[in-house]
Design a protein around this ligand. Structure first.
Ligand SMILES: [Zn+2]
Length: 568
């Protein structure tokens, strides 16, 4: 790889020792100098000088928690998203259904994802509602939460369930009419997969190509490193193939689900660890705020908004916990010797107390307190200042979900919860003040990859509608950028490699059309456009990258079609 010097209107390095520069010198994919053009030329004499033409060059954004492969399979063609950011109202979703039904080939199954009863303000669809739209066409609509699927009578007939309705499988259930026949709804994994798998098998599409499209979507949002928080060994060939594609735009860090027996096994791969590594383990403490199964100490309100989403307040306390404490302790004890980083999904404040209790016990018992373990907690929707301060004392890092606030914030504050709690959802200010160095994520496909919208929402405390909620939890633009760059690198243990424009790190950059400090923060994402990204000193060309899909043996990965498991 040739040496070169890249210039931009300004370079925001996210390196506190040298916050701004105008040139960066790159040799063999790594940064060798940062400063003025003259300083870079002195460091790398004779190197070609390239003007990026970007108003601002920053370290590439880092998605510290996501599910890239599954996101691609759920939302990229032939998968269709009706999520509220694509179809804001139920009427918009109906229009998407109709367009795809009209274009469907005979016998083809249509797979939709992203229904959200709260944001669509519509009851769960069922066969009575879906039959007039789909007729004989096979179709399934997956809930954005991953906990439900909805389907017309055509599917019930296709599966033979009109004649022989299935009994409820262990761990799931079907919605039924008074006579026991299916009503076109199924909930929880075993029941949803019984509907989803046979349709996915005939829906067409290549999982690896869909994942590549999602990689490209992330790259267009400025992301250069991402994490997979539901890794399991069956996904290894796919991730190795993805990371070996010429021009791959992302580095990937894997977190193995602890429900897999081999979760603590070492990860060996022919792919460079710079591009693909196993970093940690994933556990779940509670569920999703949007279906009402999070472990919170305060109640959901009984309002039209929560009623339409079938939220049952009695499921939202301590009963929402997925593990008893002794089970949690046993999982931690069994997996700590692997040396892998722990990562815990937890939304509710009760859930966070339990996770921090379990972490403290395990860290003490295994003599890890005071070491650089960086165990993490994910989402922390209702996390409080005292909990973040405790996390800091324990050396625990926090990955936050600004999209929860951005998309659902208007409902959270006053319709789902009392303002005392709802307005404080995603307490960014409290997290930063505690010193836990929070990172942000979009948790694809729970929300689309949009680091700049995450930052905009956290800086302004304004939701998608523009409404202001919990202004006391606003952070600075610099803090928001940290959450998407250096803090995210740190939570992935990748800060020696990426996260700032610093000598010795990889030349991973994002080009923006404006200096983010020179636009109205309320319009940050609309005005500071992503012009392109760089990975390891190469500017990403997404057309060439996606063209490489033709060389992939898609048959080798076709079995993944029936593998989609919407856990996030
Ligand atoms: Zn997730």
């Amino acid at each position: 790889m040739t040496d070169f010097i890249l210039t931009a209107g300004t370079i925001i390095t996210m390196d506190q020792d040298h916050p701004r520069a105008t040139a960066v010198a790159v040799s063999d994919g790594s940064i060798v100098a940062v400063g003025t053009l003259q300083e870079c030329q002195a460091a790398l004499p004779g190197a070609t000088v390239t003007d990026s033409k970007a108003a601002a060059l920053l370290p590439g954004f880092i998605e510290s928690h996501g599910h890239p492969l599954m996101s691609g399979m759920a939302t990229e063609a032939p998968g269709v998203s009706i999520a509220p950011w694509e179809a804001p109202t139920w009427e918009d979703a109906l229009a998407i259904f109709a367009a795809h039904k009209a274009a469907a080939a005979p016998g083809q199954a249509l797979i939709f994802s992203g229904f959200d009863a709260l944001l669509h303000q519509h009851d769960f669809p069922n066969a009575v509602m879906l039959d007039p739209i789909f007729g004989d066409t096979l179709a399934v609509v997956a809930d954005n939460s991953g906990h439900g699927v909805y389907f017309p009578t055509s599917v019930i007939r296709h599966l033979g369930w009109d004649v022989n309705p299935p009994v409820d499988p262990i761990g799931g259930y079907f919605g039924r009419n008074a006579d026991g026949s299916l009503d076109g709804t199924a909930f929880e994994n075993t029941a949803t997969m019984a509907v989803f798998e046979p349709l996915a098998a005939i829906a067409g599409g290549n999982p690896l190509h869909q994942a590549m499209l999602y990689y490209a979507r992330m790259a267009r949002a400025g992301i250069t490193t991402a994490a997979e928080l539901t890794y399991q060994t069956s996904l290894k060939p796919a991730y190795e193939a993805l990371q070996s594609m010429p021009g791959v735009p992302l580095r990937i860090s894997l977190y193995h689900v602890t429900t897999a027996e081999d979760c603590a096994a070492p990860f060996e791969s022919t792919v460079s660890s710079d591009l693909l590594m196993k970093q940690g383990l994933k556990l779940w403490a509670d569920g999703s705020p949007w279906i009402g199964n999070i472990a919170i100490s305060f109640p959901y309100l009984d309002t039209p908004a929560t009623r339409i989403a079938h939220i049952d307040p009695t499921k939202a306390g301590e009963v929402a916990l997925n593990y008893h404490r002794d089970e949690l302790d046993a999982i931690l004890d069994a997996n700590i010797p692997s040396g892998l980083q722990m990562s815990f999904h937890v939304n509710g404040d009760i859930g966070l107390d339990v996770v921090l209790d379990a972490y403290e016990r395990a860290l003490t018992r295994h003599k890890l307190l005071g070491t650089d373990h960086r165990w993490r907690v994910e989402h922390v929707a209702a996390g409080r200042a005292d909990q973040f301060e405790r996390a800091k004392r324990l050396g625990v890092y926090v990955s936050m979900s600004p999209f929860q606030f951005y998309y659902w914030g208007d409902l959270l504050d006053g319709q789902m919860f009392d303002a005392e709690f709802g307005s404080q959802w995603q307490s960014f200010r409290a997290a930063f003040d505690s010193g836990v160095e929070p990172s942000f994520h979009n948790d694809g496909a729970v929300s689309p990859p949009t680091p700049l919208i995450n930052i905009q929402a956290a800086v302004t405390r304004r939701t998608r509608s523009g409404a202001l909620h919990g202004e006391n939890q606003a952070i600075s633009l610099h803090e928001g950028l940290m959450a998407e760059t250096i803090n995210a690198a740190r939570i992935l243990h990748r800060e020696a490699l990426v996260g700032s424009i610093t000598v010795g790190k990889k030349a991973d950059f994002v080009e923006l059309s404006k200096d983010p400090f020179e636009v109205d923060p309320r319009n940050l994402a609309a005005e500071a456009l992503v012009l392109g990204t760089w990975l390891g000193g190469a500017r990403i060309d997404l057309d060439t990258y996606l063209g490489g899909s033709e060389t992939v043996d898609h048959e080798a990965h076709a079995h993944l079609k029936t593998h989609v498991k919407h856990t996030c």
